[in-house]
Ligand binder design. Structure first.
Ligand SMILES: Nc1ncnc2c1ncn2[C@@H]1O[C@H](COP(=O)(O)OP(=O)(O)OP(=O)(O)O)[C@@H](O)[C@H]1O
Ligand SMILES: [Mg+2]
Length: 264
């Protein structure tokens, strides 16, 4: 802000100018960020992903796309805005992700998905749709997950958990206690019995801790309880969480006991 210039106008007017300057600065910062982000998008993603981003914007499921929150091996998560300016998380699966074969085991056997996808592209599109459906199913059973907004091809839009631009810390990054411990096993049970789902990739890295309580996320792997390996996945999820809480000195109950309790 240029102070010498401010001194020649009266207070009222100076307030207005300051407001305008601030607005301009804010808008151009967003523009700059947005176009930088576009460049990165173009470098990282294929043409069909770029077109899908455009389409989501055109159909107003997405207003703006800001910086990347997390760039993983298989997906990048962006902070975006919905049409009302609210924060959303935009998870874009990389089409180059190589372990689509591994994903097959979490698709085959789930009776929601009949014919198996033919190639890696179809597998990743199906995976995205599956994560969206899983979020809906979990939420329908009263399990706290990011509210799904929409999906297209390899892009999933959902509620942003955290205080933008920061995502909420996961259990792995936060202090946890009895409350989180009880929540975890109650939630695994609610997912299993209420939604007929097993997360299948549950760990301290896939639960957010927020002021309003924990939020379960990263639901792409989740399968129906009728999946032939559902019991095995459930046991693995339970064991992962028992092990995590034990490391933090919380909980005496063994995984087997939790399994009995959950499937009772
Ligand atoms: N709904 C959300 N709100 C805010 N941040 C999110 C959201 N979903 C994901 N993130 C951020 O992106 C990270 C990775 O998300 P997620 O676990 O869904 O993807 P992933 O495919 O497992 O990636 P990775 O292998 O890197 O964990 C999260 O740890 C979090 O920082
Ligand atoms: Mg994850």
């Amino acid at each position: 802000m240029n102070d010498s210039r401010m001194r020649v106008v009266d207070a009222d007017e100076s307030g207005k100018i300051r407001e305008r300057l601030l607005r301009f600065e804010r808008e151009s910062r967003y523009l700059r960020r947005d176009s930088d982000e576009r460049k990165v998008l173009e470098e990282v993603f294929d043409r069909s992903t770029m077109l899908a981003v455009e389409e989501l914007i055109a159909r107003k499921d997405l207003g703006e796309l800001h910086g990347v929150v997390r760039a993983g091996k298989e997906a990048r998560v962006y902070l975006g805005e919905d049409r009302a300016g609210g924060a959303v998380a935009v998870k874009i699966y990389l089409m180059s992700a190589s372990d689509f074969r591994k994903r097959m085991g979490y698709i085959a056997g789930d009776r929601r998905f009949g014919k198996l996808p033919a190639g890696s592209r179809e597998t990743i599109y199906l995976w995205t749709r599956k994560e969206f459906k899983n979020l809906q199913l979990a939420q329908g059973a009263g399990v706290r997950v990011p509210t799904p907004v929409s999906f297209l091809k390899n892009i999933l839009i959902m509620e942003y958990i955290g205080t933008p631009p920061d995502p909420a810390p996961t259990f792995s990054e936060a202090e946890v206690g009895e409350e989180e411990y009880r929540w975890t096993f109650k939630t695994i049970g609610a997912l299993w019995k209420g939604a007929g789902l097993v997360h299948a990739d549950l760990s301290e890295f896939n639960v957010f801790k927020t002021g309003g309580g924990p939020v379960l996320f990263d639901m792409g792997s989740a399968v129906l309880s009728s999946h032939p390996q559902a019991q095995g996945f459930l046991k693995r999820d339970v064991s992962n969480m028992v092990r995590f809480f034990r490391k933090r000195g919380i909980g005496e109950t063994e995984a087997d006991e939790w399994m009995k309790e959950i499937s009772r």
